[in-house]
Ligand binder design. Structure first.
Ligand code: KE4
Length: 436
């Protein structure tokens, strides 16, 4: 194990940040509160390149957070940096159309043909918020159905039994959301097709959309069981309810065409983000043309955004997708994901944890649940030993591997992870499980 270098510079930065921001962070999961580091606080990042993140105290980490998904190529790929630099010299944002938007839209549509028409926005939360409004405007219905543990961003209608940070801090139903709004959001367990169908029947003619993460990342990784997604597709069609795939995390991650390509399902609307902008603020929602033509200025559903489609994010997204969307990259992402899973299973078994964990993985996104499997839904995930997960997180961190600081998040492998990085992960995992 490395000498225990001081973390004074990060801790000093944390004290300062706490005078500015709630919890010293600009997004709750970055606070590392849920992994027992409330006093010590999180590291503050100095720089990153490829698979490596370096903190203010010079400690280096193999990065399995990757900005929570966007950095699938690794950090600062030279062609993406060059594209951002080039565009920056011509202006960051005009609030007027550019051809860059159409070029990126064409890449998205080629990868995901179900998006016949789309709209760029600046965050995944925005994308989901607007997609739900369009679904309500198109169907004339008010209710939505989501799944427990799925996280669709921090907007009122979906902060109901939500995952990710909401689950991490035990506030799946956030304060400040009026009950009148929360009541319009129905929830059932993920993978429970019968419960979803029953909810649609019990609210016949009232449900505008079913929205889900087709592979959940925000409860930790949950995989759709055979027939679940297909069953939802059929049930939504029969009920006149729109099926919305929230692919903010899975889009361009699980396949060039995301989960909808991997599972062969065409949703009515899709939301995208994260990888789409290559680390810059860029997201999108889109789908069937007849639905999207409801959006202003064409139709009556209003949606707008100052920085929507801004040229800097478009340039970063184009460069990212141009590098990423090659079949060989997805074979490599699958191989890297499988190798990381093998490494973790082997280390856990050697450390006496083999039958105390369950690893769920889809391609290059995975979660180590600290409970025996199977983990099929949020109820299963929620029964994990989060104290043990905290020990795992800290043990890996001390050995130079940065996993997501919550049991209810996905870890992401990147194409920048090679034999050197995987050797470091194997050494860290063996040391961690042996000392838990
Ligand atoms: P943003 O508003 O954070 O860009 O996207 C919200 C969102 C929507 N849908 C899905 C499936 C998502 O995973 C997210 C955001 N994911 C979290 C990580 N689990 C973002 C990290 C954070 O909250 O800081």
């Amino acid at each position: 194990m490395r000498k225990n270098r001081s973390r004074t510079r990060s801790q000093k930065a944390y004290q300062t940040a706490r005078t500015h921001f709630p919890g010293g962070v600009n997004s709750p999961v970055r606070s590392w509160r849920s992994v027992g580091m409330i006093d010590e606080g999180p590291f503050f990042v100095a720089r990153a390149k490829g698979a490596e993140l370096v903190d203010l105290d010079g400690r280096r980490y193999v990065d399995f957070v990757g900005s929570w998904g966007p950095m699938i190529l690794g950090h600062a790929p030279s062609k993406v940096v060059a594209a951002i630099r080039k565009q920056a010299a011509h202006g960051a944002s005009y609030g007027a159309p550019t051809e860059l938007e159409s070029r990126l839209a064409a890449r998205v549509k080629k990868a995901m043909p179900s998006l016949q028409m789309l709209r760029f926005v600046s965050s995944g939360s925005e994308a989901v918020m607007h997609a739900l409004r369009v679904a309500r405007g198109f169907t004339g219905r008010d209710k939505i159905l989501k799944f427990e543990g799925c996280y669709h961003g921090a907007t009122d209608g979906v902060l109901v039994k939500a995952g990710s940070g909401a689950a991490t801090f035990g506030v799946p139903d956030s304060a400040g959301v009026p009950s009148a709004i929360a009541q319009l959001t129905l929830t059932v367990p993920f993978n429970d097709l019968a419960a979803a169908k029953a909810a649609l029947e019990a609210n016949a003619g009232q449900v505008a959309a079913v929205v889900l993460e087709p592979v959940v990342g925000n409860a930790g990784v949950l995989l759709p069981e055979p027939g679940f997604l297909e069953g939802l597709r059929e049930a939504c069609t029969a009920a006149g309810t729109l099926l919305i795939f929230d692919e903010v995390m899975t889009g361009f991650r699980l396949a060039p065409g995301g989960a909808q390509q991997r599972f062969g399902i065409a949703p009515d609307l899709t939301t995208l983000g994260k990888i789409l902008g290559g680390g810059l603020p860029c997201a999108a929602y889109g789908g069937r043309k007849e639905i999207m033509e409801k959006v202003a200025p064409l139709g009556p559903v209003y949606q707008a955004g100052t920085l929507s489609g801004n040229p800097l994010a478009m340039a970063a997204g184009l460069a990212t997708l141009d590098l990423l969307l090659k079949p060989e990259n997805y074979a490599r992402l699958e191989a890297i994901g499988a190798e990381v899973e093998r490494i973790l299973r082997e280390a856990a078994a050697a450390g006496g944890w083999g039958d105390k964990i369950c690893i769920n993985r889809a391609g290059s996104m995975l979660t180590v649940f600290f409970r025996p499997g199977p983990v099929r839904d949020f109820g299963d995930a929620g029964a994990s030993d989060t104290a043990a997960f905290g020990k795992f997180f800290r043990g890996m961190l001390e050995r130079g591997v940065y996993f997501p600081p919550s049991q209810f998040e996905a870890a992401f492998a990147s194409l920048a992870m090679g034999p050197k990085e995987l050797k470091k992960v194997a050494r860290a995992a063996r040391g961690t499980f042996a000392n838990m």
